[in-house]
Design a protein around this ligand. Structure first.
Ligand SMILES: Nc1ncnc2c1ncn2[C@@H]1O[C@H](COP(=O)(O)OP(=O)(O)OP(=O)(O)O)[C@@H](O)[C@H]1O
Length: 215
């Protein structure tokens, strides 16, 4: 369980981006994180992912203060970043396999899981293409596939449908909801009010504060 209590976050000497944010990420639920461009969605996800230490307040994972990204990874907090975070000179399949094998899976099992996940994202035909040769939307779907492959306890997805057509957007949303049904706590940053409305809970960021819209 990941909990933020009265968290304030910002970068270096720059003014605080968000203050006094309190939220608990519950297993089995998709929380939409909404707010206009620059409202602080990525910043808050970075704090949840252990990438950005809070200026004030606490981020706890299973009751312990979250120390850093390595600690978050130990606690199976998976981040699919806005810029996808893939290795561009590996193929789509290699990006998944490397992550799975690094997590301790046998190579043959990793190959099987990779093929199954790329298929679920409609990317079987792109498995052996270099990421840098994929379209923006195909890269986004590869990053989601990798995020799902890691079977996190928490899945943080940063605007991962921004480059997708309507069919693929729905496919990804369905998969995020499946992840929640599997027992993950999913957070999905989005600009899209329709997408947010389809999530069980919503946290809206405005003027440096977070308002719970639905809980
Ligand atoms: N590395 C950084 N250093 C300093 N300021 C930053 C940094 N990253 C983001 N910011 C600032 O933090 C604020 C929130 O940015 P953030 O990227 O979290 O917003 P966002 O809601 O994710 O926006 P978008 O929807 O456009 O991705 C902005 O004012 C931005 O300029």
């Amino acid at each position: 369980m990941l909990t933020l209590q009265r968290v304030s976050v910002g970068y270096g000497d720059a003014p605080t981006v968000l203050r006094d944010v309190s939220v608990t990420l519950r297993p089995g639920r998709v929380l939409a994180l909404t707010g206009s461009s620059g409202a602080g969605k990525t910043t808050l996800l970075n704090a949840m992912a252990g990438l950005l230490p809070p200026r004030d307040g606490t981020v706890t994972v299973d009751g312990q203060p979250l120390r850093d990204r390595d600690h978050a990874v130990e606690h199976r907090i998976v981040l699919v970043p806005q810029d996808n975070g893939l290795a561009p000179i590996l193929t789509a399949a290699e990006n998944l396999q490397v992550a799975l094998v690094a997590g301790g899976m046998a190579a043959s099992e990793a190959r099987q899981q990779t093929a199954a996940l790329l298929d679920r994202l409609g990317l079987s035909g792109q498995a052996d293409q270099l990421v840098e040769e994929l379209s923006g939307g195909q890269q986004q779907r590869t990053a989601i596939a990798r995020g799902l492959a890691l079977r996190g306890g928490v899945l943080l997805a940063d605007e991962v449908t921004s480059e997708l057509d309507a069919g693929n957007r729905q496919r990804v949303l369905d998969l995020l909801h499946d992840e929640a049904r599997r027992g993950a706590a999913v957070v999905f940053a989005t600009h899209d009010p329709e997408v947010a409305a389809a999530c069980e809970a919503e946290l809206h960021l405005v003027e440096g504060r977070a308002e719970i819209v639905r809980d």
